[in-house]
Design a binder for this molecule. Structure first.
Ligand code: CA
Length: 479
């Protein structure tokens, strides 16, 4: 039931969060390094580039985790995964999706994922009079729990979101289902719910989501209510499937890369559709637009070439920058200026306090928040260095550089990684070595010790759970 409320433009700004899945730091035409790389030049993302030109590009923007669910739960809670303990991706409520490691095991982590709470971001915004809209991949809470349904987590509207983190198919002609894709009658946990009006139609999943999301923008505008939209396309997560209509410009690429490029372009088209719809409703000046990704781009596996996040090292699931550094663009009327860039580090869970403050919502009492209001960072000429950490005490069923259980922090230009097996320490100067190629832990023992002290403080402060040494049954200790 709608309660009509009076809204003055920026006292209740609309919020359009475009939270793409698995989109890498180099997966758009936006030059994150300052100069266009060959990767940047391979993509056709004019709408994302325009958004970047109209706003602030944050070149040291991070995801809260190197995989899906932990980052998504961090968005909704303002907490690092180290604190909320959903440190890995979820599927079924009692399923540990971790891989097996010969010497260490995961701690007793939260396999249920996010559950209903008055402190969830959309719940707080809804209480402030916002219409809260989720579109696309949710992957907040596991199957078999209330959190599997975004409507139980604070969203008024749920378009095609549930507990699974990938679609059976991107094609409407497949009904976005396993049965449609394989010509069988078998259902699958990956079948996309809802969207029945598109079944049998020649439409790509991202297009269907954008069409439904645009309708919701129109509806909110017509009803005169502020909205928070979490537009989270299933793209560009596997399965890598081509949007055939977009293929022609990419036919010189290897087949799988060409298909991937069409998935990226489908996201760009959705961005264009959503921004156009804001304009059509006269909401451009009343809407904060944020574009980012839930973890780094897949690299060196799932048929993808290695070093595709270069100059960053490795990709999704990894401790290295390719796992967590992601595209970040903010267009905030009255706050950000066009064509601006910042290398101040920020992270997904910063959105929680940032958006609550923007909406005039008091932070909930008794709820720890690890994020900081990035508007206050923008307003400082020289923000002091802060500590941002990551904790993934899980073996991954994938191999690649830095894909193993770890805890890490960045503070200023320094990053220290503790790989739990050993444990082993790596130290990098990200200003001099963004590709994390020179481990300075031995040559800079004082810096290493200072960073390890910060890391120990951070794990203690956040109540982080580390891996279990299976020979002793005890948690491993940070050196
Ligand atoms: Ca993801």
């Amino acid at each position: 039931m709608l309660i009509p409320i009076l809204t003055c433009a920026m006292t209740s700004p609309n919020i359009l969060l475009i939270h793409v899945d698995d989109l890498g730091w180099q997966d758009t035409a936006v030059a994150m390094t300052g100069q266009a790389t060959a990767q940047n030049e391979a993509w056709r993302t004019p709408h994302i580039s325009q958004l970047a030109a109209d706003g602030l590009v944050l070149t040291s923007g991070y995801a809260s985790a190197p995989v899906c669910t932990p980052s998504r739960v961090s968005l909704m809670t303002g907490q690092t995964p180290a604190r909320h303990h959903t440190t890995f991706w979820t599927l079924h409520h009692d399923q540990d999706t971790s891989g097996k490691h010969p010497r260490i095991a995961p701690p007793n982590w939260n396999t249920r994922g996010l559950q209903p709470s008055a402190t969830n971001l959309p719940e707080l915004l809804r209480a402030q009079g916002y219409r809260t809209i989720h579109a696309g991949k949710a992957h907040f809470g596991a199957h078999g729990t209330p959190g599997s349904n975004p409507k139980h987590l604070g969203f008024d509207v749920n378009i095609a979101g549930h507990a699974s983190g990938a679609p059976s198919s991107y094609l409407g002609t497949h009904n976005f289902s396993h049965a449609g894709r394989t010509g069988t009658e078998n259902t699958s946990v990956w079948d996309v719910p809802g969207l029945k009006q598109y079944h049998g139609k020649d439409i790509f999943l991202t297009e269907a989501l954008a069409e439904r999301a645009c309708e919701e923008i129109d509806r909110a505008a017509a009803d005169g209510v502020p909205f928070f939209m979490n537009f989270a396309p299933y793209a560009v997560h596997t399965p890598v499937m081509a949007n055939e209509r977009l293929l022609p410009p990419y036919l010189d690429l290897p087949k799988r890369e060409a298909a991937y490029a069409t998935m990226v372009e489908s996201v760009d088209n959705a961005v264009g559709d959503l921004l156009e719809r804001l304009n059509a409703n006269g909401l451009e000046e009343d809407t904060i637009v944020i574009f980012t990704s839930d973890n780094g781009g897949v690299s060196g596996r799932a048929g993808r070439p290695a070093n595709r996040n270069a100059p960053l090292r490795s990709g999704k699931s990894a401790a290295y920058e390719g796992g967590t550094r992601v595209p970040w663009i903010v267009r905030w009327p009255g706050v950000t200026d066009p064509t601006t860039r910042s290398d101040v580090p920020i992270v997904t869970h910063d959105l929680y306090p940032t958006l609550l403050a923007a909406a005039g919502v008091q932070y909930p009492t008794g709820h720890s928040i690890d994020g900081v209001n990035i508007k206050s960072i923008f307003e400082m000429s020289t923000p002091p260095p802060r500590t941002i950490g990551w904790n993934q005490p899980h073996q991954v069923n994938a191999t690649g550089p830095g894909i193993e259980p770890f805890t890490s922090i960045r503070h200023g230009k320094w990053k220290v990684i503790v790989f739990h097996d050993g444990p082993r320490i790596e130290l990098y100067d990200l200003n001099a070595d963004i590709g994390e190629s020179k481990n300075l832990a031995t040559s800079n023992p004082d810096v290493a010790e200072g960073m390890l002290k910060r890391l120990r403080n951070w794990t203690s402060h956040t109540n982080a759970q580390l891996s279990i040494d299976t020979s002793t049954g005890q948690s491993i200790a940070i050196p």
